[in-house]
Design a protein around this ligand. Structure first.
Ligand SMILES: [Zn+2]
Length: 116
């Protein structure tokens, strides 16, 4: 599969998906109910945010894991990563890499290929 900008995950995309992902995690569609009242209140606050930031989302939720965008190679939290490998699934071989690590990877491959 060709790598395209659709493979890039930014903090902005993550933040835009938080209310949806929160509801998917804590709302039972068939039972038509929330896991508990607090989860519903948190979702309402997330859904009302006009200009979300990772900090405001973390304050509402109580931790920063929902807006984390971490590179699998260097471990840094970055503004954007690219998904490489298999399409993301629970058991997929997928890596999220920051631009610095992608550059390092290209340089490493080229140094080997160019010296062969
Ligand atoms: Zn990295």
């Amino acid at each position: 599969m060709k790598i395209t900008p659709d493979h890039v995950l930014t903090i902005e995309k993550i933040m835009a998906q938080v209310p949806h992902n929160w509801k998917q995690q804590y709302y039972d569609n068939n039972g038509r109910k929330w896991a508990d009242a607090e989860k519903k209140v948190i979702w309402e606050r997330l859904d009302r945010l006009k200009s979300p930031t990772p900090e405001t989302i973390a304050i509402i939720i109580g931790n920063d894991t929902w807006t984390s965008n971490r590179c699998d190679q260097c471990g840094k939290h970055v503004d954007a990563v690219i998904f490489l490998g298999e399409p993301l699934d629970y058991y997929s071989h997928t890596a999220r890499l920051c631009i610095a690590c992608v550059r390092d990877a290209i340089a490493a491959v080229e140094s080997v290929v160019n010296n062969a």
